[in-house]
Structure formats: C-alpha cells, structure tokens
Design a protein around this ligand. Structure first.
Ligand SMILES: [Zn+2]
Length: 258
C-alpha cells in the first residue's frame, strides 16, 4: 500500500511522461487516483502536467468538491467521477489529448479494427464516444454505454481517457491506444490495414487469462471488428501447410539451395 506522498509523486511522474510524449499542450489533461472511499487525489487546473510538484495536487470528494489544496480543480473532474462511479474496480484515471488517437477521434473514426494482438488482448478495441462540451454532462453522457465494458475510450474532437486499478497501468493503456493509432495511421497511408479474421481474434481473446488481463470486454459484437465484419477477403489467411512448403521450396530453389 503506497502512502499519499508516493501517490502524489506517481501522478507527477505520469504527468511528466504524458507531457514528454506530446500528448498534452499547455495545461491540458488530468490524472486522478482514488485514495479513499470519498477521496480523490487530482491534478489541478492551470498547471502543465509536465511541471507539477507533489504539493500542486488537490484532494476532492466523490462529488467533485475540493477539500484540500491551494490550486483549483479541473472542470474535467466529472469525467473521472463518472468512471469511478460506474467502475468500483478502477483506482486511477488518465485523460490526455494524444495527437494521433485524437486525430482518429476527430475524423469520427473509432480504433476498432482487429489488427494488433496486444491491443485485442489488452483493450478489445477503443470505442469512440460522440462529442460533448468539455466540463459538462454532454461530455460524459455519450461515454456512459462504454465505461462498463471498456478501459479506454476516445472522445470525438477532444481526446482519450484510460483507467485501471493503478495509475501507471492507466498510463500504459494510453500508450497502447496512441501506439495503436500511429500504426493504424501508417497502415491506412499504405493502403489500409489487413484485418485479422474472427478465428484469430477469438484465440487472442481466449488467451487473456494467460496474460492476466481482467478486461471486461470479451469480443462484443464489433469490438474488435474482425475481417468477416469488413468487406475484406479471407484468402490471404488461408494458406495451407502444403502451399507454405511449396513457397519455401520455391524460395530456396531461387537461391540455388536444395
Ligand atoms: Zn480534455
């Protein structure tokens, strides 16, 4: 069990990482940790997440009222409170505006295609909640259907939010989301990603317990979108063993190897 001081330092470390990764500009983003039944340790408003000191953080109750700290609370605290109220398993929420995943969210494109094994195992997919004015209920309402089943959500024309039972794990989920977004973007520029077929998606979802993933989502319809759900062809995944051997022999023969 970490002390409050250690948790304050953890938030500052994650803030620096988020800043150094370029996931926030100016005073964007916010990080919270649930430290008690009715207590939340939170980054304040008006501070660069890359330059915070442990004493800059504030403590709020679960209604979002500040109970301790010099600085003021962020207007985005309600996003965090909504996640905590719906997910008793969650102890930390990280919100940022990572440029590539936010780009997808701004284009109205969810990151939901089954293309990367570690994303399918860890997150299933990353749904996209419709736009809502930041700091109001209009922001959190479109997130409600997703919060129970997903640990990472993109918010249209805004950013992303990830949550877990520990602050670094929540941060790592954000890393996975942004990495996924970057790879998906490159694949898109190169003509479009090759989407994995359902049988491969199911194997990955089945392997979750082996990796200790407690994600709630277990292959909900459309999360992730498998090859069969797209207009794509399954042909490239149906190479038989004999065809594979023939291909290897051909390649070896071309190099003069018997
Ligand atoms: Zn934001």
């Amino acid at each position: 069990m970490k002390t409050e001081r250690e948790l304050r330092e953890d938030i500052c470390k994650v803030g620096r990482l988020v800043f150094e990764k370029g996931w926030v500009a100016a005073n964007d983003g916010n990080i919270t940790i649930r430290i008690g039944e009715d207590r939340l340790l939170a980054t304040p408003t008006g501070v660069s997440k890359g330059m915070m000191q442990p004493d800059d953080l504030i403590i709020c109750d679960m209604q979002g009222n500040k109970v301790e700290g010099r600085k003021e609370r962020t207007s985005e605290i309600n996003m965090h409170l909504t996640v905590y109220s719906m997910r008793p398993d969650i102890k930390s929420v990280v919100h940022a505006h990572p440029p590539v995943s936010t780009g997808w969210a701004t284009a109205g494109r969810p990151l939901n295609q089954a293309i990367l094994p570690e994303v399918i195992i860890g997150l299933g997919c990353v749904p996209l909640a419709a736009y809502g004015l930041p700091g109001t209920q209009a922001l959190t309402d479109p997130m409600l259907p997703y919060i129970p089943n997903y640990d990472a959500i993109m918010m249209a024309n805004h950013g992303a939010v990830c949550y877990s039972d520990e602050v670094f794990k929540a941060y790592f989920k954000m890393e996975t989301v942004e990495h996924y977004a970057r790879i998906a973007l490159v694949a898109e520029l190169l003509g479009g990603a090759t989407v994995l077929p359902r049988v491969e998606v199911d194997k990955l979802l089945d392997s979750r317990t082996r990796y200790g993933v407690k994600a709630k989502v277990a292959g909900e319809p459309g999360c992730p979108v498998a090859l069969e759900d797209t207009a794509g062809s399954q042909e490239k995944f149906e190479v038989t063993r004999a065809e594979l051997v023939a291909l290897v022999e051909q390649a070896l023969a071309a190099r003069g190897i018997q």
